[in-house]
Design a protein around this ligand. Structure first.
Ligand code: NAP
Length: 491
């Protein structure tokens, strides 16, 4: 690691960012951020309450018109400078994420690249926010459509990708000309605090981005969402919290983008290249310690190749090194908190009680951190909790099927619909699966598919709206239609 931890932590602002200034909470309250690998306190931050949240919204509203009038090129340039700065600071951002979230350092570097790319992508999209012009069919008016910033936004992010979840909201909001209040997860606010400071250094004017970290999420979100000046909420997190926010959004008919939970099927057919499938499975399952909304949650494998796949997969998983993500050679870090460790432990115990066997792993790891050993479970029954709930840990349950129709039926048997993965050498089958699977994303012979240029998002209870791609900026704009009288029509 190219940075000293104490020097790095000293660079991270600990206050609330309101109208371009870092300040204490009105109440004077603070909260602590912990390293999940060691239990050590990393920093003490100001904890925003309702008054601070409202001050942040006041700041966002005060500059919203001026900011909306800035040129797309100006906003593009700020995002491009932010991309360059985040990239220059890759050592710092990577170390911060490993410290507060636990992911292995090499993966944290991967997230810096992935997260920064949203800034570059939306710096390019900022100047390409197309509208249309077309004649009304009867010819009497010319129809013009254009996009306008939706207005002040509340952005709420989860702890599992502390940089990328912020950049993929802040990037398009800046590009579209919106002002923002960002509420990071209380478990991993340091990356967002440092990112916000980086945005200021990139030239973002005061009040455009306000950051209110805090120990009570609802104390921040409730007054904001009750204020009719707020026009949008973009949320990434769990489905139950997403539902609460959707209900609150109804009162002021807020625009909403919801990136919620997943229960991804990873389907391996009898004609798949099994080595390629195992490699894809490692990425789809073990990336981010299994704590990803796109993580493969159920391995659905044809009965004729299930044994071979399980053995090869378990052998690869056996090569993982569990430990503090900052340590050399560690490829699997701790879970985020004690509650997460208890949940993964109980999911595996429940599966074993219902007949599953752990080929490898199957128990918590050693040490003071929240470690769980990378695990492969075979003979998992469909009614085991591990097959129904989001695992969010390094546990791979394997279920079997005998026909293509059965594979699709098992895969769709969930209220979630975010990511899915299909391994087969038969491209006709790939298209049948694309038709049959009820998921917003599908990886075909590919285990990691997130990309700033792709429209990311789910169906069913995995959410609504898309982040990234050409679609990402549209989430932060309202389409306006202008009908222009054409006096020469039909003349
Ligand atoms: P979470 O508990 O729902 O928290 C997400 C964010 O919402 C945090 O900032 C949290 O603040 C805040 N929050 C919690 N309760 C709230 C409330 N009542 N009102 C307003 N905000 C509230 O989820 P998580 O455990 O951080 O993240 C894991 C979940 O996120 C998983 O389900 C995962 O699948 C999902 N996820 C989805 C995507 C996607 O793109 N679809 C991407 C990543 C993660 P506090 O930290 O203060 O509690």
């Amino acid at each position: 690691m190219g940075v000293k931890v104490s020097e790095l932590l000293a660079k991270v602002p600990t206050g609330l960012l309101i109208n371009g200034e870092w300040r204490d909470a009105a109440s004077g309250e603070t909260f602590e951020v912990e390293n999940p690998a060691t239990g050590e306190t990393l920093a003490t931050l100001a904890s925003a309450g309702s008054d601070d949240a409202m001050a942040a919204l006041d700041a966002a509203c005060a500059v919203k018109d001026e900011w909306a009038r800035t040129s797309p090129r100006e906003r593009s340039n700020i995002l491009r400078r932010a991309f360059d700065l985040v990239t220059e600071r890759k050592d710092e951002f990577a170390a911060l994420m490993t410290l507060e979230m636990g992911k292995p350092l090499a993966e944290a570097y991967g997230e810096v690249t992935y997260g920064a790319e949203y800034l570059r992508w939306f710096s390019e999209e900022a100047v390409r926010d197309y509208g249309a012009t077309l004649p009304a069919p009867e010819g009497t008016i010319q129809m013009v459509t254009r996009r306008k910033p939706v207005g002040p936004c509340l952005l709420i992010t989860p702890w599992n990708f502390p940089l990328a979840m912020a950049t993929r909201k802040v990037g398009p909001a800046v590009a579209a000309g919106c002002t923002m209040v960002l509420k990071p997860a209380k478990l991993t606010p340091l990356t967002s605090q440092y990112f916000a400071q980086t945005m200021i250094e990139a030239g973002l004017p005061a009040g455009v981005l306000n950051v209110v970290s805090g120990k009570s999420a609802s104390a921040i979100s409730e007054p904001l969402m009750a204020d009719s000046r707020l026009r949008k909420v973009s949320f990434t997190g769990s489905t139950p919290v997403g539902k609460t926010l959707l209900k609150a959004a109804a009162d002021n008919v807020l625009r909403t983008s919801m990136e919620l939970g997943g229960n991804a099927p990873f389907i391996v057919f009898e004609d798949a290249d099994l080595d390629q499938a195992v490699e894809g499975a490692m990425g789809a399952k073990m990336r981010n310690i299994g704590e990803a909304c796109t993580a493969a949650n159920r391995f659905i494998v044809h009965e004729s190749v299930a044994d071979e796949f399980a053995k090869k997969f378990a052998a690869k998983i056996g090569e993982l090194k569990l430990g503090n993500g900052l340590d050399e050679g560690v490829t699997c870090g701790p879970l985020i908190e004690k509650k997460a460790l208890d949940n993964v432990t109980s999911l595996v115990d429940d599966a074993v009680e219902k007949g599953a066997t752990a080929l490898i792993g199957g128990k918590p790891g050693e040490g003071v951190g929240y470690f769980y050993t990378p695990t492969v479970l075979i003979n998992v029954s469909r009614d085991a909790r591990v097959a129904q709930e989001e695992i969010f840990g390094p546990v791979a349950p394997i279920l079997t099927f005998s026909t293509e129709a059965e594979a699709i039926e098992i895969a769709n048997d969930t209220e979630f619909g975010l990511a899915s993965y299909v391994y087969t050498e038969n491209s006709d089958r790939m298209w049948r699966l694309a038709d049959g699977l009820e998921f917003g994303l599908m990886g075909y012979n590919a285990g990691v598919i997130s990309n700033a240029a792709a429209p990311f998002g789910g169906v069913k209870q995995s959410g609504m709206g898309r982040e990234g791609g050409a679609e990402g900026i549209a989430e932060y704009t309202s389409l306006q239609y202008i009908g222009v009288r054409n006096p020469y029509a039909n003349a």
